[in-house]
Ligand binder design. Sequence first.
Ligand code: ADP
Length: 416
Amino acid sequence: MGAWLGAVLWLALDAWRAERLLQVLRNDAAGLPTRGPGVWGELAERIRKLLRDREQQTRQAEDRLQEFLAAIQASPNGVILLDEQGRIEWCNQTAAMQFGIDAERDLLQHLANLVRDPAFVAYLASWNYSRDVVIDASGPGHAHQRSHPVRLSVQVHPYAGNRRMLLTRDITALEQAEAMRRDFVANVSHEIRTPLTVLAGFVETLQNLPLDADERTRYLSLMSQQSHRMETLVNDLLTLSRLEGSASPSGNQWIRIRALMAQCEDEGRGLSGRLAPLGHRLSFTIDAESELSGAPTELQSAMSNLLSNAIRYTPGGGEVAVSWRVLPDGRGEYAVKDTGPGIAAEHIPRLTERFYRIDRSRSRETGGTGLGLAIVKHIAQRHGAELRIESTVGKGSRFALLFPAARVREARVLAK
Ligand code: ADP
């Protein structure tokens, strides 16, 4: 009887424990008892452990996902994920800015309703994504109107059936560089074609016309001028490409300003004598005996270029003053001041563009290639220097190169 009662009690207790476990499991398994007695206790413990492992795995997967999303956020390219219906599932900040959409508010909106560029809408609907489509990010239909147009290349990549990933790239700078390259090639061709046409004309004349000795000499001298012009142009082009393709000059080669100025003076007086029968009133002053660090040939070329421009654009009899001084903060200034025609303010920011000229004929007559100031600017940049241009129409101009203090030092006194 006692054993029978014991068995019944035990069964009842067992059933109660099973019911309690079931109750907890029905309740989302929150509050599973820690290791209790018997088989139910062990069962509870195992379930608890299993659940804990699962939770940890889920957390890890979640963390990984967040890391992936953070990586895509950091991308300079825009990324948008679309669901099967073309609704935005996720997009990074770059894409949101480029398209003027809100990464949170516009979630699950149809992208084609938000970006209304016709080319883009047609592209999205075409399901032919072998190429990209280029659109104007600031065009009509975009929420954010920007002050400058941004050009976007957008390419769709389908994945997982009918889902789509949009990748966008800001190609504004790329397109500008491409346009500059095209302009440059057109300019060079034009610059070379002109003397070449003249030269070809003279060759034909020499071939077909019986000319006397004087005429022949005159023609040959004109031909020589033209070929010289082409040579100067090619040399300037090569100088530019060398400057662009090489590393900046180191700071450990020092050149005396006096030596650079002496060379400028030689060249300047020669050029002035050739161009103007009257010559120019030239002056060269050095306020502080200094040395400059950098590439000697480049520094000479930049300084001579500024001086040659002043002489070439200032009519005979005018004044050109070349000077060197060290400013109180240690920077060195090389300046060329002339009493020439001066330059209107709107031209000044563009003077260092390749082939930008104000007075074409004056430039050509005096052997200009339109590349001089572009070369000067490059050399200045490579030496950490600044090119400053001040000018007043009718009064004259002042071109100055400001070298950083680190490249300027007092000249050592030469042994006598
Ligand atoms: P160029 O070979 O034609 O002289 P640069 O690049 O040296 O080319 O100069 C660009 C343009 O800047 C010149 O064509 C000229 O119109 C203008 N310019 C340069 N220096 C002076 C100056 N000292 N006075 C007036 N105009 C100048």
